[in-house]
Design a protein around this ligand. Structure first.
Ligand SMILES: [Zn+2]
Length: 139
């Protein structure tokens, strides 16, 4: 089972692209296993496997492209894959080639809310001070 809770890294960020990538990969593996069950023809089986891998890989990039368009995820530093076409394992995205948009990570959101909180704190302080001055004036 592909549990999303396993995709929260040590910074508390949800590795959404990696989670989706693994989910698509799991489906691909199941399809590959099914093909192995259905065909004993090695030649056909190899063609089937190659085609299936390509299809799933392309679907992942379709999905990722849409999520990137809406600013949910962004390309990893390792993307695009180097010119030789060889896939090098990347420790940042773990093969997904995408990472969650840094503006959406819980750390960043926490910073924003702290900033907003601090700004509100200043307003409250100002109001209290004004109220106090008014009180003093009236006295
Ligand atoms: Zn990467």
């Amino acid at each position: 089972m592909n549990d999303w809770k396993n995709y929260i890294n040590q910074n508390g960020d949800f590795e959404l692209p990696n989670f989706l990538y693994r989910t698509v990969n799991d489906l691909m593996k199941q399809s590959l296993d099914m093909g192995t069950l259905l065909s004993e023809d090695q030649y056909k089986l190899r063609a089937y496997k190659e085609q299936t891998k390509k299809l799933f890989k392309n679907k992942w990039f379709d999905l990722a492209e849409a999520l990137e368009h809406f600013g949910i995820i962004e390309k990893c530093v390792c993307s695009p894959i180097n010119n030789s076409g060889k896939e090098i394992y990347c420790d940042v995205c773990k093969g997904a080639r995408y990472v969650i948009n840094s503006a959406l990570s819980p750390n960043e959101m926490r910073e924003i809310s702290m900033f907003v909180g601090a700004a509100q704190g200043i307003q409250v302080q100002e109001k209290l001070q004004k109220g106090l001055m008014k009180l003093l004036e009236e006295m």
